[in-house]
Design a protein around this ligand. Structure first.
Ligand SMILES: Cc1cc2nc3c(=O)[nH]c(=O)nc-3n(C[C@H](O)[C@H](O)[C@H](O)COP(=O)(O)OP(=O)(O)OC[C@H]3O[C@@H](n4cnc5c(N)ncnc54)[C@H](O)[C@@H]3O)c2cc1C
Length: 406
């Protein structure tokens, strides 16, 4: 039976949109399903590294609020939980390192570009749903039963992409559990982060710890296995705390340390601002991790946070969302009879990078001082910066390791 759509995609965030864009441009009819109306808030500092900007199929200058050419890395002295300014490292580049955007606007913009995509009969439509109820995979198609405002409907297509983020249902449904409340697959782990927005207008004349309002700061002092951040936007600073390191780095559960209270105290300490008095909203979300061990199967492909592809060293996930969405599209377009195998092949370079990051995170978060000591060498500092901005592929590091190992 002919289908109305060639691909159904659950989730219209960066991963879902990246897949939809490439599929529509190659002539496929795509239906995006999302449970939120856009524009919608999503907890995210929305730092778009050079590699993220390079992976996007269109420029995002229209929604870029600032471009940073320097990152400030901070850590505490001894058992302190406040950064020691005398130990901070400023790593500068002669090119932009990351663009700063507001996530709500970034996602709405990407969705707008995606809904306009389409060549050779390809198109992208968006449908608001309430929830996903059931997933059934057959030899040559997948059916997805979803709850809509008008009641449940069943949609069918040859392939379904699960792009519904870290808390989504597709991962559990597609990896064998019969119910949406089922267990997570064993490879899946999580990080957690909280954020708030502080307008420049509410800052004191001098910031209490001597930071500059426009500094892009990664501060490893406030929490083990993660960091606090200051990301400067157009009219505000996005401040946050998150724990990302894989749990085996530490016997304590760092995620439990990421609390509203910690963020409120951190904001008071770094910015001299009381979040409650400011009336600032604190929002947070899990980050999907462990996806370097995800093995695609069948006709349901997981992408982005749904596939656990957030970088465990940096907590960065938009780049992986884009690259995995595009990898899923390439697999569907290039190998319609062996989609999972093709997707595994296209995903492997990203998974290889994430494996490297997992090992690096384990070493770094165990003893951040050592990492800082290493970065005293200008050449290594440049390498760290290049890896953050361009990824391991950009540094040629993985290729060098592979050569050494062979
Ligand atoms: C506080 C915080 C700060 C971060 N900062 C950065 C950063 O600076 N840079 C960076 O690169 N990464 C950052 N990340 C990570 C980044 O936000 C994620 O990795 C990225 O959003 C993943 O994109 P995605 O498309 O896979 O999922 P998402 O962006 O989560 O999109 C999933 C979509 O699916 C929809 N959905 C969910 N459930 C369903 C359902 N049942 N049915 C239909 N639709 C559904 C959602 O509404 C959403 O639109 C941060 C994360 C957090 C929590």
């Amino acid at each position: 039976m002919p289908h109305d759509y060639d691909v159904l995609i659950a989730g219209a965030g960066p991963a879902g949109c990246a897949a939809a864009f490439d599929l529509a441009e190659a002539g496929r009819r795509v239906l995006l399903l999302d449970k939120r109306h856009f524009p919608r808030h999503k907890a995210c500092a929305c730092g778009l590294t050079r590699k993220t900007l390079a992976a996007l199929r269109y420029p995002v200058d229209a929604i870029t609020e600032r471009v940073c050419e320097e990152i400030v890395l901070q850590r505490a002295s001894g058992a302190q939980t406040v950064a020691d300014k005398t130990k901070e490292l400023r790593v500068r580049s002669d090119q932009p390192i990351a663009a700063m955007a507001v996530r709500e606007r970034f996602d709405a913009y990407c969705l707008e570009q995606t809904l306009r995509a389409g060549h050779k009969g390809g198109s992208v439509a968006l449908r608001k749903i309430e929830n996903i109820l059931k997933l059934e995979e057959r030899a040559d198609s997948v059916s997805l039963t979803v709850m809509t405002g008008e009641g449940p409907i069943t949609l069918e297509a040859p392939v379904v992409i699960g792009a519904d983020g870290s808390n989504g249902q597709m991962r559990r449904l597609s990896t064998g559990s019969a119910s949406v409340t089922g267990q997570e697959p064993e490879w899946y782990t999580r990080g957690f982060a909280l954020e708030a927005m502080v307008p420049y207008a509410s800052l004191p004349a001098e910031l209490p710890q001597g930071d500059a309002p426009l500094d892009l700061v990664f501060d490893f002092a406030p929490i083990p296995g993660g960091y606090g951040w200051l990301f400067p936007k157009g009219d505000h600073i996005n401040i946050g705390v998150g724990a990302f390191a894989p749990s085996e780095t530490d016997s304590t559960d760092n995620l439990g340390l990421v609390t509203r209270r910690l963020l409120a105290e951190y904001t008071q300490c770094k910015l001299g601002v009381d979040l409650t008095a400011l009336g600032a909203e604190i929002t947070g979300q899990y980050l999907g991790m462990g996806g370097d061990r995800y093995q695609p199967k069948g006709r349901v492909l997981l992408v982005g946070d749904a596939a656990g592809l957030v970088d465990p060293l940096t907590g960065e996930g938009i780049h992986s969302a884009l690259v995995s969405g595009q990898a899923a599209a390439a697999a569907i377009l290039g190998a319609p009879h062996a989609i999972a195998e093709a997707y595994a092949h296209h995903l492997e370079p990203l998974q290889q990078t994430l494996r490297f990051s997992r090992r690096a995170a384990k070493a770094f978060y165990r003893e951040p001082e050592r990492g800082f000591r290493v970065m005293r060498w200008p050449m290594l500092r440049r390498m760290v910066l290049k890896t953050y901005a361009d990824g391991l592929g950009g540094t040629g590091l993985l290729a060098k390791f592979a050569k050494l190992a062979s």
